[in-house]
Ligand binder design. Structure first.
Ligand code: NAD
Length: 399
């Protein structure tokens, strides 16, 4: 292709799509937005206004995503809609030869992950999950430290999506937000990739390692009911709703290399935001919650007074900042989510424009997304272990 710009059709203009368009995609200047789509007309029109203001030309507006994919002017489709349609849209776009950038989310069935992989293998149309947390500064620094051997042999990683979403979920009808219907009807690790993405990259999943099996266990669901009755009143239409989604879901994944990964979904109880990203190796650890690095033979004296070292990771960034971030800081960090949104979109656009492989490919996308469907199965079976498919069909040993 080797062109200056992509011709993009974008689907989904809720909170995320609207922010990405304004703060990342238009300012990056690597895409002409040709078509915008949302099931809600007001949202699609508002997105078109935004595009027209910057590009000087109004994109096509549609409420039907099939029209975006069929549009001959569009060569790249960006999916920022609700979770349920991510994979179906991606598959249809790939079959039409349109490159795909897909926002994060989990899968509903393992079979649809296989279909995604088969579609890629048949069409070779590039697809990338836009997992911004893979470009988080500390995630990348920890990955760099692991690559340099500073943490020794990595044995265990943990992460979580700790985010109080009680307002977003319970305000579902008012906000027209998709999370409400999911929380009413499913109980699973519904949002694994913010923490699993960087961990999978650090553990070389699909590149010499793979996730083999998992168990998931769910707590009861009490947070939303109490929040709704307390804040919205006992007469509210959701006051007697039976939420399927447990407040805290814990998933333990075992890898072929012997490592374990713990994921926690924690979105309906009061708390602060955290991805709880933690890497444990034979020579040391990084921990996001205290933003600290603990190294063997350096920090033993602090083991019972670790508070004194909280925040020491910044010191280590002088030596271990990831090279991509070092350069990015010199250029000037831009955009939302502490700069990682900018990086993930820049990497996606560049890989399509330069025809290089997507840094998060279809095998990563399928492996990370299937955790949601498998966790649902494990929870339903009382925490029974379930096998995680090898979407590379053996190629992980040599990739
Ligand atoms: N990477 C991140 O940091 C991050 C942050 C927030 C959200 N997200 C992801 O972005 C996506 C959207 O999240 P959101 O919070 O903006 O949700 P939202 O509910 O606010 O918006 C989703 C929009 O998609 C539209 N939509 C749904 N199905 C559609 C279809 N078939 N065709 C056309 N339009 C459709 C809805 O009408 C809605 O306007 C989700 O996948 C979410 O996980 C990612």
């Amino acid at each position: 292709m080797n062109r200056e710009k992509l011709n993009v059709g974008m689907i989904g203009f809720g909170a995320r799509g609207t922010l990405l368009l304004r703060d990342i995609i238009l300012p990056l200047g690597k895409a002409d937005i040709k078509s915008v789509c949302d099931s809600y007309e007001d949202r699609a029109e508002k997105a078109a206004d935004q595009v027209e203001e910057v590009q000087g030309k109004r994109p096509t507006v549609t409420l039907d995503y099939h029209e975006v994919i069929a549009d001959p002017e569009v060569d790249t489709v960006i999916i920022t809609c609700a979770w349920e349609d991510h994979i179906a849209i991606a598959i249809e776009a790939m079959r039409a030869g349109k490159a795909v950038g897909m926002e994060v989310g989990g899968a509903y069935t393992v079979e649809q992950c296989w279909e995604l992989v088969r579609t890629y293998e048949e069409t070779k149309t590039p697809i990338m999950m836009l997992e911004n947390c893979c470009y988080g500064r500390r995630e990348m620094m920890a990955m760099h430290m692991a690559e340099l051997g500073v943490l020794g042999t990595v044995v265990h990683c943990k992460g979580g999506y700790h985010h109080d979403l009680r307002d977003e979920v319970s305000g579902g009808e008012k906000y027209r937000h998709y999370r409400l219907r999911n929380y009413l009807n499913r109980n699973c690790e519904n949002y694994p990739t913010h923490e699993l993405g960087p961990i999978a990259q650090l553990l070389h999943i699909n590149h010499g390692n793979r996730m083999v099996s998992l168990t998931s266990t769910s707590s009861k669901a009490a947070g939303l009911h109490e929040y709704i009755t307390d804040r919205m009143g006992k007469e509210h239409e959701l006051a007697h709703a039976a939420f399927a989604q447990g407040d805290v879901v814990t998933t333990v994944i075992r890898c072929a290399g012997g490592e374990t990964i713990t994921l926690t979904l924690d979105t309906t109880l009061p708390r602060y935001y955290s991805r709880d990203f933690t890497v444990r190796g034979t020579k040391g650890m990084y921990e996001e919650v205290t933003d600290s690095v603990f190294l063997d033979k350096q920090h033993e004296a602090y083991d019972f007074k670790w508070k004194e070292q909280w925040g020491n990771a910044e010191e280590y960034s002088k030596e271990y900042e990831h090279p991509m971030w070092k350069q990015y800081k010199e250029e000037g960090v831009r955009g939302s989510h502490d700069g990682m949104d900018w990086l993930v979109f820049r990497e996606f656009f560049d890989s399509i424009l330069n025809e290089t492989s997507c840094p998060i490919d279809v095998y990563d996308t399928a492996a990370w997304m299937c955790i949601t469907a498998l966790s649902e199965e494990s929870i339903l079976a009382g925490g029974r272990p379930v096998m995680i498919p090898d979407f590379t069909k053996g190629a992980w040993t040599t990739r």
